[in-house]
Design a protein around this ligand. Structure first.
Ligand code: AMP
Length: 341
């Protein structure tokens, strides 16, 4: 029997609850400092205790997973804490496509794949000298928006960058990625693509709540102007959103284009959950600044099922449960290699 394993953070509770509901064994790779938290949840069958998540790269940890025929579910913490090379070296089968995670972590590769998928991306700015409109400055990898900042021109960019370096938030040798700021209603579009059915499913939409950019928006402009603090985009939590139904057709098209582009560029393609992140402007035009090539924490808001999945499934279906269902079906058919790398 296949077991489901994941790192204890991000969306691990949802993933393991869904696996348990599907009757699969659940394994959590858990940092010692979080053991007390995760022992509270009876659906976690086994905890593999580590000092740091990097131990997943060690033989001892991988053997423990191998003995259980475990499939590892990758999420944002894996990407944030390990290099692409390290992730690619993991011997445990990884759900989805581990090779596409490099395309998520590297800003230039990310831009290339998004363009290939015909996603409307904000204009990148390669040199701070060329900043002529409001831009957002980002770090590499899944930094969760921490250390990001906005700048209106080159001077503004240098002042804020230097301030963040002096505060120890950025390092001086860090390569930053600059792109035009897209204003509008945030919408993070969550999908699942099944290589077994060859169908794209639209799961739901969330919005991220980010500090302290949201904190800044809650104070009057007079105080905002006096603030010397560089506001960051550190994700604190997520809330649900449903879209105008007239937008859904385009949402599916964007998802399908992304799946097609991933198939061409990074074999075996965009299998499993993924997310296209962006904003809708006043003309309901979508601009996409980001994708995640694996489950996003924003799916945690739909642990009892999402509005859009209630249209596709006559049962409560979380993203964690959907992943487990796919693994169960593939295992029964002897096709696990179709959905893992
Ligand atoms: P990311 O790491 O690219 O997901 O960005 C983190 C957060 O920064 C997002 O959730 C948005 O709030 C904000 N953001 C990123 N890129 C842009 C952009 N081009 N325009 C407006 N907001 C952005």
């Amino acid at each position: 029997m296949t077991a489901i394993a994941t790192l204890g953070s991000h969306c691990s509770l949802q993933v393991l609850k869904g696996a348990s509901d599907e009757g699969l064994k659940t394994i959590l790779v858990c940092e010692k400092k979080r053991e007390k938290l995760y022992r509270r949840f009876p659906f976690i069958d086994e905890l593999v205790i580590v000092e740091s998540f990097k131990e997943i790269l060690e033989q001892k940890c991988q053997s423990a997973l191998e003995q259980n025929n475990a499939v590892l579910i990758p999420h944002g913490t894996l990407i944030a804490q390990m290099s692409s090379k390290e992730i690619e070296s993991i011997k445990t089968p990884i759900f989805g496509n581990k090779w596409i995670l490099r395309w998520e972590s590297d800003r230039m590769m990310k831009e290339k794949l998004m363009k290939e998928a015909h996603l409307p991306v904000p204009k990148p700015v390669t040199n701070p000298k060329d900043i002529s409109k409001l831009v957002i400055v980002k770090r590499q990898g899944a930094a969760g928006g921490k250390g990001y900042f906005m700048a209106a021109n080159e001077d503004d960019y240098n002042t804020k960058r230097n301030q963040l370096i002096s505060e120890g938030i950025l390092s001086a040798d860090e390569t930053l990625y600059i792109q035009e700021y897209a204003a509008g209603v945030l919408a993070y579009l969550q999908f699942f693509y099944s290589p077994l059915t060859k169908e794209l499913e639209f799961f739901g939409v969330d919005q991220r709540h980010e500090s302290d950019i949201e904190g800044l928006a809650r104070i009057p402009s007079e105080q905002q102007m006096k603030s010397k603090k560089v506001p960051s985009f550190n994700v604190i939590g997520n809330s649900p959103l449903v879209l105008r139904e007239s937008l859904l057709d385009e949402v599916y098209t964007m998802g399908e284009n992304f799946v097609e582009a991933a198939k061409r560029i990074v074999s075996p393609g965009m299998n499993g959950p993924f997310c296209i992140e962006g904003v809708y402007d006043e003309n309901a035009k979508f601009t996409s600044f980001e994708f995640s090539a694996r489950i996003v924490a924003g799916t945690n808001i739909y642990m009892d099922g999402s509005p859009y999945y209630s249209l596709l499934f006559n049962e409560q279906m979380s993203m964690g449960k959907r992943i487990a269902r796919e693994i169960k079906i593939a295992t029964d058919r002897g096709e696990l290699e179709k959905i893992t790398t």
